[in-house]
Design a protein around this ligand. Structure first.
Ligand SMILES: [Zn+2]
Length: 146
């Protein structure tokens, strides 16, 4: 850090205060004795999900995991695998570096993972996600799997 007045590099902290979301430091340049203030803020990533009905909610990893567990119920899928997929999808979402993501993107990612993992879990998730109306919808998906 450089002194904003003289570009001096030796600066001491004369006062430190923790605020709600940041830390305020009163600093003094050893060279010119002038004082200035800095704020240190924790960078948090807030991902919000835009739902089909236009409502927004914060991304909830636990909710994603629960959805996967539900789809994989009574299937021979270890919980570690579900955790792995949850982590993978979360990482992919963060990589998009967007503050807001449509819920459909998450749904598609889950479908893609489940399709590779287990046909039954895939169909189960798709039936909820795609809002299947009747057995024809199921047939269509099962046909697609073959
Ligand atoms: Zn200075």
């Amino acid at each position: 850090m450089k002194c904003p007045f003289c570009d001096g590099r030796k600066i001491k902290v004369v006062d430190k205060r923790d605020l709600e979301n940041s830390t305020r430091r009163r600093r003094e340049c050893i060279k010119c004795n002038k004082r200035f203030t800095t704020y240190e803020k924790i960078e948090t990533f807030n991902l919000s999900i835009q739902k089909k009905d236009q409502r927004r909610e914060n991304f909830n990893k636990e909710k994603l995991r629960t959805g996967l567990i539900k789809a994989c119920e009574k299937r021979p899928i270890p919980i570690e695998k579900i955790d792995q997929i949850t982590d993978k999808i979360e990482a992919q979402l963060l990589q998009l570096k967007k503050n807001e993501i449509p819920s459909t993107i998450i749904g598609e990612k889950v479908m893609k993972e489940l399709k590779k993992l287990d046909n039954v879990a895939y169909i189960r998730f798709a039936s909820v996600y795609r809002d299947f109306k009747d057995t024809n919808d199921f047939k269509k998906y099962i046909k697609e799997l073959r």
